[in-house]
Design a protein around this ligand. Structure first.
Ligand SMILES: [Zn+2]
Length: 414
């Protein structure tokens, strides 16, 4: 028989629950549910009650809850969610970064041995243990910053064996961290230089030899593809996604990063999310807004490349759902600071606090097709972050500088 454990946290100056918000469209701060002088009662790994601290106190005491008495000012938010990262990789691309800032072109960098292929080489060199360790380090850094759920993509293996190695490393890392790692197969990241055959042959080999193993070993339930001139065309991807859908995988797309087009494929296939969208025009924005596909902005990639941000304001005003993720990767987004990037995107795109916070909590959960987190609400996972402030607006105001002082994952303080 499972023993029941209760935990009671409070008093919290403001609990910003992120509950009751629409999934799509613009949000105003007035729509946020903010409970003052709040208490959160946890039962095992889930939230049992959120309400006034003094109202809940007698019940918490009578059921023998472990009391986490807070002294000082705290704001509670649901654990943050980073719905797009590439934190399983070997090597560094500091040289690329310097070359790009010195004005070298994509092609010149690739000729000097840089680009995604360099990370593929470094990642293939790393053995499973090394990859587990590197992924774990990065996941735990994120966890410390309050990010309790982290999507992690493969895509630096680019062969049947190496893609499986990456996904097994992500699975192993997941078992060794309190954070939840959500794996995604991105074998369709770029066409591998060393594959004998056409791009379609490569995709066919992945769908035939990798997809069944993902199912059998529970390695991933999400299939991603980079649709771009330098990666895969919409035509290439069609039968690959078809096969993925037939097998019951969720679809997600690296779309419209440099050229528009990928988001059309995303919407066509009923993708859970379309990520990047820096090059989306009115046409793609309208299409995404009229679909259930969540738009994911990746400001870290814009900062890393020195290019325009995703048109987040236009997407929200058109009625789309917007999540924000770090895209943490060794090439275009090496910083990996989700909160800082979300706050800065907010200043450029004129996003409300509600829009920014929803984009890294409840809407980011939806972008991962997860419905048990992203809100401080009855029955949700007890993933809770506490920021040392009395006013939730300080979180975006300090532009990521204010870090949480306490993080709870599934009811456990980490
Ligand atoms: Zn990415």
């Amino acid at each position: 028989m499972q023993t029941i454990k209760h935990t009671f946290i409070g008093p919290i100056r403001q609990a910003v629950t992120m509950a009751g918000l629409p999934l799509k469209g613009a949000l105003k701060d007035e729509q946020l549910e903010i409970i003052s002088e709040a208490g959160i009662l946890i039962k095992n790994d889930k939230i049992h009650q959120v309400g006034n601290y003094w109202d809940l106190y007698p019940e918490a005491q009578s059921i023998g809850a472990e009391m986490v008495n807070l002294k000082g000012d705290f704001v509670a938010l649901p654990g943050l969610i980073d719905c797009h990262t590439h934190i399983c990789f070997g090597g560094s691309r500091a040289q690329d970064y310097a070359m790009r800032n010195a004005g070298k072109s994509y092609l010149e960098i690739a000729k000097a041995g840089g680009g995604i292929w360099d990370t593929v080489t470094q990642t293939r060199k790393a053995n499973l243990e090394k990859l587990v360790q590197l992924t774990l380090q990065r996941a735990n850094r994120h966890l410390k910053d309050g990010i309790t759920t982290i999507e992690v993509k493969s895509g630096y293996g680019l062969s049947v064996a190496e893609e499986l190695k990456m996904l097994r490393a992500i699975q192993e890392a997941n078992e060794s961290t309190y954070a939840d790692l959500v794996p995604t197969c991105l074998a369709a990241h770029i066409p591998p230089k060393d594959f004998q055959g056409t791009q379609r042959d490569y995709l066919k080999s992945i769908s035939e030899e990798v997809f069944p193993v993902l199912k059998a070993e529970g390695l991933a339930n999400r299939i991603d593809a980079f649709i771009e001139e330098t990666a895969f065309t919409a035509d290439d991807i069609h039968s690959y996604f078809q096969k993925a859908k037939e097998m019951g995988f969720d679809i997600t797309v690296h779309a419209d990063q440099f050229h528009a087009g990928g988001s059309l494929v995303a919407v066509d296939f009923g993708a859970i999310s379309a990520d990047h969208l820096e090059a989306s025009t009115e046409k793609e924005i309208e299409l995404l807004a009229s679909s259930d596909t969540i738009a994911v902005a990746l400001p870290g990639a814009s900062m890393g490349l020195g290019v325009a941000y995703t048109p987040a304001r236009k997407l929200l005003d058109a009625g789309a759902s917007l999540a924000i993720a770090s895209d943490w990767n060794p090439g275009s987004a090496p910083m990996g600071d989700l909160l800082m990037q979300a706050a800065v995107l907010g200043t450029y795109e004129k996003l409300s606090n509600a829009e920014i916070l929803a984009a890294i909590t409840t809407r980011a959960a939806a972008a991962l097709n997860l419905h048990d987190r992203g809100q401080l609400n009855l029955g949700m996972l007890a993933d809770i972050v506490l920021f040392p402030t009395a006013d939730y607006r300080e979180i975006t105001y300090q532009q990521g500088r204010l870090k949480p002082s306490k993080v709870f994952k599934r009811g456990i303080e980490v």
